[in-house]
Design a protein around this ligand. Sequence first.
Ligand SMILES: [Zn+2]
Length: 92
Amino acid sequence: MQGVDGKRVTGDQNLLVPVRCFTCGAPLGDIWYEYQKRVSNGEDPGKVLDDLGVKRYCCRRTLLSAVPYLDELSAYTHIVTLRKYKLENRRW
Ligand SMILES: [Zn+2]
């Protein structure tokens, strides 16, 4: 499935809103649309989270790794895999 900008899109982005933090259970659904709107307008995600009062790392992680952003994050998966491979095969 192709998104508006030509990038691959995983599923319907509106269906998988993180309602609560997966770790601490803090409600995040009420700030999701505001966060997504501001980030899509080009604002820095970290500053938006600060403005919205999301201070805990677990809550920030939940929003930053939500399904609409998986395709962007997966671009870095090969780097992590390569580093892991190098570490596992390191000879002492
Ligand atoms: Zn949390």
